[in-house]
Design a protein around this ligand. Structure first.
Ligand code: NAP
Length: 288
């Protein structure tokens, strides 16, 4: 009997999650009289980054939150960005801070990410948050990988005992998804630009995650039948990092591009901002 591959519909799930987040935001506003705010920082004029920040701001507003846009010029220094984040950290009206990656080259991005206070690190970019997540402590996960895990869980795909092969080891994607899958009891292999036997490793994968940033770099022929295929890449023309169209008929499940991982990233950021706002209420009540 032919098994029908599952389309992991991130767009539909994100829409469903947004509806419940909207109710939670309404409850927060009713309880506090204040609208939760996500601050988004965009440094420079990168057109893709501008689009991503706009999409995140729009999602914020769809669920009834406010997005505070902070635009800084291309020539911004590390010191200026650290100072800006410091001000947002101390602003009691702000529940979450998103610093859009990448920042211009002259800026020490790691230092700036780590300047975000752990309570407002709703995009999960700080070393502190990453370390806590790895150790299984409470922390906001890096948004794209946390969104991928939500998608796998929503479709009740079994992760425990599976061999997951991740292509890419970036701090915002490859490394955190590897650790999250490990925490879900997968056996994890992380590949990168110095990996010498990529096709063989991918051929062993029950779960393949493409986080490499090169259009259709991962070939359909490397992927075994019945694998779960997660494509985090997005490139012009609506293609990802994996040859998904050529493999989708013979896998267990796959993410479409677009409409798979992308919408899950945004809704995860929004969900974590709502959680931060809810935590603030609980803390304020404890202080009374
Ligand atoms: P990145 O920082 O450029 O990292 C790319 C990774 O791929 C690096 O670890 C690099 O290895 C590895 N790599 C490069 N060439 C390779 C090769 N020939 N063989 C094996 N590995 C190789 O990219 P990123 O920020 O993680 O993003 C990855 C992709 O995800 C991009 O397509 C990006 O657009 C997409 N993305 C999507 C979302 C979303 O919301 N949907 C969010 C973030 C990113 P080294 O470490 O050795 O250099």
């Amino acid at each position: 009997m032919k098994i029908i591959p599952i389309l992991l519909d991130g767009k539909a799930l994100a829409k469903e999650l947004e509806a419940s987040l909207k109710l939670r935001v309404a409850r927060i506003i009713k309880q506090t009289g204040k609208t939760p705010v996500l601050a988004t920082i965009l440094v420079g004029n990168d057109p893709s980054s501008e689009v991503y920040v706009k999409m995140k701001g729009n999602a914020c507003e769809r669920v009834g939150m406010t997005s505070l846009r902070v635009n800084l010029p291309e020539e911004t220094t590390t010191a200026k960005l650290l100072e800006t984040i410091g001000i947002l950290n101390h602003d009691d009206t702000i529940c979450g801070i998103l610093l859009q990656h990448p920042v211009p080259k002259q800026i020490d991005e790691r230092r700036c990410f780590d300047q975000i206070s752990i309570e407002k690190d709703v995009d999960g970019v700080t070393c502190h948050g990453f370390g806590r997540m790895v150790m299984g402590e409470t922390a906001y996960g890096s948004a794209t990988p946390a969104g991928i895990i939500s998608l796998l869980k929503h479709y009740k795909l079994n992760i425990a005992g599976k061999h997951a092969v991740i292509v890419g080891r970036s701090p915002i994607l490859g490394k955190p998804i590897a650790m999250m899958l490990l925490n879900e009891q997968a056996t994890v292999t992380i590949c990168h630009s110095r990996t010498t036997n990529l096709p063989e490793l991918i051929n062993q994968a029950d779960i393949v995650v493409g986080a490499v940033g090169r259009p259709e770099f991962i070939k359909a022929g490397w992927i075994k039948d019945n694998a779960i295929v997660i494509d985090a890449g997005y490139h012009k023309g609506g293609i990802g990092d994996i040859e998904v169209d050529k493999v989708k008929e013979r896998v267990m499940a796959y993410t479409p591009v677009p409409g798979g991982v992308g919408p899950m990233t945004i809704v995860t950021l929004i969900r974590q901002t709502v959680e931060s706002a809810e935590k603030k209420i609980t803390m304020n009540q404890r202080d009374l």
